[in-house]
Write a protein that binds this ligand. Structure first.
Ligand code: HEM
Length: 270
């Protein structure tokens, strides 16, 4: 039903169980994939360079660089609206902005939505966060004194990006505990798990961020929230929902990636 696809999130049938053939029944949730994806990729490149699956409402898996590059550049035929391979597909009507701009945005909207963020991530802008970040890392390590066992992932790696993004956005110290809990609850989402639970966590985060935005409207200061509040796109101030979705993307894109690379680096060095 085209209208359903247009206005509603599509929930597809959950197909679980071990993969029977990677070329026709692909699943990134199969433990063999997370264990070692490389031989599987090598095999697919030889045998079936664009694999397919009926899982997750149907998906294609290109494995060759040339195909991936061609698809990434062919924005007329391939949308960025649905960036996660899950059993839920966002409504088509969210295009061109998508759920989490700019990663879910299509051109030409994408260009402006991305450009908006760039000044906040220049070398100079990021360097301003360095000394407080360094001090925070030291304080975490100092906190380990007297402990026999420390979980480097939970107690160290995971904590740093949350703190840095909190600093970047300008979340007041008094709200940090709640901010950390909200992020932890959002990240606990299991891709096969309950969408309702996820939506509930997301709404709590939404309410929290909206309150932060209102507070920043009253008391502007030098941080990313104030910067985004002052920004204009196509001659208009951004909607609070656009600002919130961008923040949600920073959590989704900036926390798992960096905490896992810090954790993996520690593991590698050990
Ligand atoms: C090890 C760390 C990271 C890795 C490996 C990583 C990886 C990626 C990848 C593969 C993309 C998709 C690019 C594309 O589709 O063209 C992306 C996009 C993005 N990432 Fe990261 N990322 C990391 C850290 C971060 C951090 C710390 C932030 C922000 C706080 C961030 C914000 C974004 C944003 C906003 C986009 C969307 C860009 C756009 O649509 O134009 N990422 N990242």
């Amino acid at each position: 039903d085209p209208d359903r696809e247009r206005y509603h999130t599509i929930r597809s049938e959950i197909i679980s169980g071990p993969v029977t053939d990677w070329a026709t029944d692909f699943s990134h949730l199969d433990p063999r994939w997370s264990e070692d994806p490389f031989p599987i990729m090598d095999d697919l490149r030889q045998r079936c360079p664009i694999a397919h699956t009926e899982r997750f409402g149907g998906a294609w898996v290109p494995t060759l660089y040339e195909d991936i590059a061609a698809i990434a550049h062919d924005t007329d035929r391939f949308s960025s609206r649905s960036v996660n391979v899950t059993n839920f597909r966002p409504p088509r009507d969210l295009a061109p902005i998508g759920e989490l701009p700019p990663i879910t945005s299509d051109p030409p909207f994408h260009h402006g939505a991305r450009k908006l963020l760039l000044p906040a991530f220049t070398k100079t802008a990021v360097a301003k966060l360095e000394s407080t970040t360094r001090a925070y890392c030291h304080s975490l390590i100092d906190g380990f004194t007297g402990r026999d066992v420390v979980d480097g992932a939970e107690d160290y790696a995971q904590r740093i990006p949350e703190q840095v993004i909190g600093d970047l956005l300008g979340i007041p110290q008094g709200d940090r505990k709640q901010f950390r809990e909200l992020i932890a609850n959002m990240n606990r989402e299991d891709t096969q798990g309950s969408r309702d639970d996820h939506v509930e966590q997301l709404s709590k985060m939404f309410v929290f961020l909206l309150a932060e935005i209102k507070e920043h409207v009253k008391n502007p200061r030098e941080d990313l929230i104030t910067y985004l509040l002052n920004m204009e796109l196509h001659g208009r101030k951004l909607e609070p929902t656009h600002i919130i979705s961008m923040m949600l993307l920073l959590f989704a894109a900036g926390i798992g990636t960096t905490s896992k690379s810090i954790g993996s680096s520690l593991w590698h060095l050990a």
